[in-house]
Design a protein around this ligand. Structure first.
Ligand SMILES: [Zn+2]
Length: 165
């Protein structure tokens, strides 16, 4: 899943945990290597399309580690706020699962759901039950990106307050 944040004109990916990848691999070392290969492939595909991700955050822990960065806990989003110095209430976080939205909401982000991936087939205009009620629903990541871009354009066309002298 992808979680993109705006406001500082950049984007971050909050990815699956290394523990989830471990379930598909034979060893802990292999799961980090696999995760890195996945990120490398993604970065190459993005670069070819003219895109970029400024940073990738992931939880390196297993469930029994009781960390704060394993979604639905908000630790990864809090790390993004600290790293980039952005107030999380100005961050738009998008994902395709309930725990994505829960983690983002706990961190104070504005939550968005895309009806692709694990939420493919969902077609409501309001978030499914149990989701943070403020969650906005988009058909897909492209529709979410359009929404964010429109928000930026609206802000540029809003007259700013007169400078204080
Ligand atoms: Zn963790």
């Amino acid at each position: 899943m992808f979680d993109e944040i705006g406001q500082y004109d950049g984007s971050c990916l909050v990815n699956r945990t290394a523990g989830e990848v471990a379930a598909q691999c034979d060893s802990e070392a292999a799961n980090i290597i696999t995760l890195n290969l996945m990120h490398d492939k993604m970065n190459k595909l993005l670069a070819a399309a003219g895109g970029r991700v400024d940073a990738i955050f992931f939880c390196p822990h297993l469930p029994q580690d009781n960390c704060q960065c394993r979604k639905p806990l908000p630790g990864l989003f809090e790390q993004i706020g600290e790293r980039f110095g952005v107030p999380l209430d100005q961050v738009h976080a998008v994902g395709d699962t309930l725990r994505d939205a829960q983690a983002a909401a706990l961190a104070g982000c504005q939550t968005h759901l895309v009806c692709t991936g694990k939420s493919e087939g969902y077609s409501g205009s309001t978030p499914p039950e149990n989701f943070p009620p403020q969650t906005l629903v988009h058909d897909n990541l492209s529709a979410f990106a359009d929404w964010v871009l429109a928000l930026g354009e609206a802000a540029h066309h809003t007259p700013s307050r007169a400078p204080v002298r």
